[in-house]
Design a protein around this ligand. Structure first.
Ligand code: PPE
Length: 304
């Protein structure tokens, strides 16, 4: 088996040697940004799903926290392809680019710190589990509130933001659920700990708007495009917790989670208690698009 490699500041290093110093600013304060990108096996070889969009969001997230990235969008996309090529023959399906304030000075002020960047290529598998993907996953509403845009720039994928997600995910798992639903400071539905959320009511699709304090998901966008193409357009509007309880179908989207059906929320059965027809239709179409089976969406794939 080939050795798993990580791209670190322009060099390829063995997975076991891809380490950082204990005084790295990001480790203490969360001052870094990251991405999660799927890598799919297709008939034409490995394909990175919507690489450019992910890397644009990576650069945007960095800008929001004033983290300087010494690469252009083209260069960072090429570095990602290089990282994938270096892992030829390794069982991998997910790419994790991360850029962060490194070492040099102590204390919060990151202004004099160098930026470090790494691109790891790893195996993620089915995010919430194979059985959950088939039968649907169980959600609870987290008692932790999703930080508002007044507290944090939640449209940026910043490392430190994820403490909120980790707490909510722990709460879900401790209560026997698969995943947590996050409400925003208004009490409306925001998203999952690492996924956006959709519902079907009376045959129509809805998802929460950016203003609800969510990450502008790339899978969310892909599903919205596919849904539109299938003649079932998605409306972006606020969704309440109570509305989700009486929805006909609920599903979540994310790079790691893909299209994940939900069968239960806070102990209440959603719809028929199994993945609904619109969810299944979108899940199938998304899977085919990501795996290169639908020429209409080939422009989303970056073959390496
Ligand atoms: N909301 C949040 C908070 C989030 O972290 C993600 C991605 C999404 C929505 C969906 O965005 P997109 O991947 O562009 O469709 N979460 C990443 C990290 C998951 C993890 O466990 O780590 C991911 O799916 O890669």
């Amino acid at each position: 088996m080939a050795t798993q490699k990580v791209w670190m500041d322009g060099k390829l290093v063995d997975y076991d040697k891809a380490n950082i110093h204990i005084m790295t600013h990001c480790l203490h304060y969360g001052g870094g940004v990251f991405e999660g990108i799927r890598l799919y096996e297709t008939e034409k070889g490995r394909a990175i799903f919507r690489l450019r969009e992910h890397m644009q969001r990576f650069l945007d997230s960095a800008k929001i926290i004033s983290l300087k990235i010494p690469y252009s969008l083209d260069e960072i996309c090429e570095a990602t392809r290089e990282a994938v090529r270096a892992n030829k023959g390794v069982k991998v399906d997910y790419i994790r680019p991360i850029a962060y304030y490194g070492t040099g000075t102590y204390g919060l002020n990151p202004i004099k710190l160098p930026t470090s960047i790494a691109i790891a290529v790893v195996y993620m598998g089915v995010y919430l589990g194979e059985e959950q993907m088939q039968k649907g996953a169980k959600l609870i509403t987290s008692s932790w509130e999703k930080p508002s845009n007044r507290a944090l720039p939640v449209n940026a994928k910043v490392c430190g933001h994820y403490v909120n997600s980790v707490l909510a995910r722990l709460e879900a798992v401790n209560k026997g659920a698969d995943e947590a639903l996050m409400l925003n400071s208004e009490g409306n539905v925001a998203e999952g700990t690492g996924e956006n959320i959709f519902m079907v009511r009376k045959g129509k699709l809805y998802t929460t708007p950016i203003s609800a304090g969510i990450l502008e998901g790339i899978t969310r966008d892909s599903v919205m495009v596919i849904a539109d193409d299938l003649g079932m357009p998605v409306t972006e509007r606020d969704i309440t917790r109570g509305e989700l309880y009486i929805a006909d179908e609920v599903f979540m989207t994310g790079s790691a989670a893909e299209v994940q059906p939900i069968y239960s929320i806070d102990g209440l059965v959603i719809g028929q208690g199994k993945p609904g027809p619109m969810t299944l239709k979108l899940q199938k179409a998304f899977c085919e698009a990501a795996r290169g089976k639908d020429p209409k969406y080939w422009h989303w794939l970056d073959f390496v």
